[in-house]
Design a protein around this ligand. Structure first.
Ligand SMILES: Nc1nc2c(ncn2[C@@H]2O[C@H](COP(=O)(O)OP(=O)(O)OP(=O)(O)O)[C@@H](O)[C@H]2O)c(=O)[nH]1
Ligand SMILES: [Mg+2]
Length: 213
């Protein structure tokens, strides 16, 4: 059973500064408003209403934190780039987002969600540069992949994978659909390694010959 199914709502914070300082491991979901962050979290956790989704962009204003166990958390960050948000608020949010990426020590990876039809807008690129700068691995999930036919989908994935090389960091690109589940397995695999679930498994599995290692 997927470890992500045990996710439960932990807390909401109005700002990154209001997040409790904490140990353990955090993985954050970020992206433009309406990119499909909350939908992706719901798909990953197999819970339809864990993170709220909306047809109205800019719906998730708070930072929502979900816990998987006592030391592992998923974070749904507010979307950026929504045109109707006042510029001063945008600036404030961007600054605190940058700070979160640089200073949040428990943050071990960033999932950046982008509509497969409009990847790598300016703010997406800023975000990825910040993350790479902070030494964070990035998983770019090209969302709403169900909206494209197979040929076009593959072309977009290839184009985005090539574009990702420019960041010169640990940036992986996948096609993703919250609607039909495309890419969920790959997302789980990447998150498993960031959350160190794999190491735990290795520890729990006794070696065959009983030799120390
Ligand atoms: N077809 C399709 N629609 C999707 C997919 N993911 C999200 N959507 C739709 O896109 C809209 C926005 O999805 P959300 O998950 O709320 O997006 P968000 O990034 O959390 O948005 P904010 O919280 O407002 O920043 C909703 O109408 C979703 O139903 C997908 O994979 N396929
Ligand atoms: Mg949302």
């Amino acid at each position: 059973m997927s470890r992500y199914r045990q996710a439960t709502f932990l807390t909401s914070a109005p700002d990154i500064r209001h997040l409790a300082t904490s140990d353990g491991i955090e993985v954050a979901f970020a992206g433009r408003s309406n990119a499909g962050k909350s939908s992706a979290l719901n798909r990953l956790t197999g819970q339809k209403n864990l993170a709220r989704t909306s047809k109205t962009p800019g719906r998730t204003q708070l930072i929502n934190v979900f816990s998987l166990d006592e030391s592992r958390r998923l974070v749904d960050l507010p979307g950026y780039g929504y045109a109707k948000v006042p510029i001063a608020m945008k600036k404030k949010w961007q600054a605190s987002l940058g700070e979160y990426l640089q200073k949040r020590e428990c943050l071990k990876g960033l999932v950046v969600l982008m509509d497969i039809r409009h990847p790598f807008k300016d703010l997406d690129q800023d975000l990825i540069y910040w993350a790479v700068d902070a030494g964070l691995p990035v998983l770019v999930a090209l969302t709403k992949a169900d909206k494209l036919k197979s040929g076009k989908r593959k072309a977009q994935l290839m184009m985005a994978s090539e574009a990702a090389l420019a960041f010169q960091g640990d940036v992986t690109v996948i096609a993703f659909s919250s609607l039909n589940g495309l890419g969920v397995d790959k997302m789980e695999k990447t998150l498993n390694s960031w959350f160190a679930f794999d190491q735990e498994q290795i520890k729990e599995t006794p070696s065959e010959d009983g030799a120390e290692n």
